[in-house]
Design a protein around this ligand. Structure first.
Ligand code: FES
Ligand code: FE2
Length: 379
């Protein structure tokens, strides 16, 4: 494929599949009209305000009087001061409010203005018209999800994803996070997600006694099928890794990928289970947050947790370092390549994202462009 237009679109030298569009070094628009992992429930403490930026939007988060999470645009409508610099107050009726630190205006968790201290008797001013933009949140399986719409006024029309094989004890409706590790990736959402899906970097970037080194590459064959909002590597018997050996028994592994950037790996034997969820949330065009969130019902893993922390941290830092290095090269907006079959998951991600945005724009149901496939690579 050659670049015929005058626009500086990079050329794909080796398309993995026909019909590829140009693979942009600089990344496309951030995925919207979709749920992102904002925080783990434990990170959002009662009584405090939490300042965040997601998809380039300033956001303040907190918990209301019932403990339910809320999120508002972190910008006072009066003169633009971040509300997160203010205080979370208890109103006389027991409700919570957010007080701006500049002139003390107070806002309800739904964004409505409750009080303007400087107004005196007779100064008629309708507080009803003053509103801070509110974001839709959902608390589920110990995670707080935030819906990032394309149109600020639109509400979610679908719930956040729930993973198949969620690790739940008998009689338990919600899973509890057992372990979380967070890192920043200095790159665009697309490169963070592509890195997450990329099988071929593992033996080179994640060299560790716990993972295999690049000297022992083995040929693999993986079976995939489309899912509601992504694709799934079908349940299979894994090649060894420390976590499989710890859980023991007849292990089955299944890996799901879902838009906007969620990779869930479920490992089970007949009685025990583990779910590792990697969630990428863009802060802006050049920075992402990645969370490795783990659930399990294998008591042995409670012991392993302490020993495993340095390794998980190192693992994330290895990716963070590579994203930073890649950023050096991408700043020159070079043409990029896609090869069979190790880059096919990346091709699928880009197709899924494109179809997601197109379906939202056209107001029609999402049609998964991924077909069942068998992919092979040496890693
Ligand atoms: S800027 Fe927030 S009350 Fe004035
Ligand atoms: Fe990695």
């Amino acid at each position: 494929m050659t670049n015929t237009a005058n626009t500086p679109v990079p050329v794909i030298k080796a398309p993995a599949e026909p019909g590829n569009d140009a693979f942009r070094a600089l990344g496309g628009p951030l995925t919207r009209d979709i749920w992102y992992v904002a925080l783990t429930a434990g990170e959002l403490k009662t009584g405090t305000l939490y300042k965040k930026k997601f998809l380039n939007e300033p956001i303040v988060m907190g918990r209301d009087e019932t403990g339910a999470p809320f999120a508002l645009r972190d910008l006072c409508p009066h003169r633009g001061v971040p509300l997160s610099a203010g205080r979370l107050l208890d109103e006389p009726d027991g409700a919570k409010s957010v007080q701006c630190p500049y002139h003390g205006w107070r806002f309800r968790p739904d964004g409505g203005c409750l009080h303007i201290p400087s107004l005196v008797e007779g100064q008629s001013f309708d507080l009803e018209n003053i509103k801070v933009r509110r974001y839709h949140l959902a608390e589920q399986d110990d995670l707080i999800w935030i819906y990032m719409p394309a149109d600020p006024n639109s509400a979610p029309d679908h719930p956040p994803p729930r993973f198949a094989n969620m690790v739940l004890k008998k009689g338990q409706a919600e899973a509890k996070v057992k372990y979380v590790e967070t890192a920043e990736l200095a790159c665009h959402q697309d490169h963070a997600v592509i890195g997450l899906l990329d099988p071929a970097h593992t033996p080179f970037v994640h060299k560790s006694p716990l993972w295999r080194s690049s000297k022992t590459l083995k040929e693999k064959e993986k079976h995939y099928k489309p899912s509601e909002m992504g694709f799934t590597m079908l349940s299979h018997k894994p090649v060894n890794s420390y976590i499989y050996n710890i859980i023991g028994g007849e292990i089955r592994v299944e890996i799901q990928f879902l838009l906007p950037g969620l990779r869930a790996e479920s490992i089970r034997n007949r009685t025990r289970g583990f779910l590792g969820l990697a969630a990428i949330t863009p802060i802006d065009e050049n920075l992402c947050e990645i969370r490795e969130i783990m659930y399990w019902d294998a008591p042995i893993l409670n012991l392993v947790k302490l020993i495993a922390r340095p390794f998980t941290r190192a693992f994330l830092q290895q990716d963070a370092r590579m994203m930073k290095l890649q950023g050096e090269g991408l700043s020159y907006n070079p043409p990029l390549m896609q090869i069979p079959d190790a880059d096919t998951l990346m091709v699928w991600y880009r197709r899924l994202k494109r179809e997601w945005m197109k379906s939202r724009m056209e107001g029609r149901p999402f049609m998964n462009p991924v077909e069942p496939a068998v992919l092979r690579w040496r890693t």
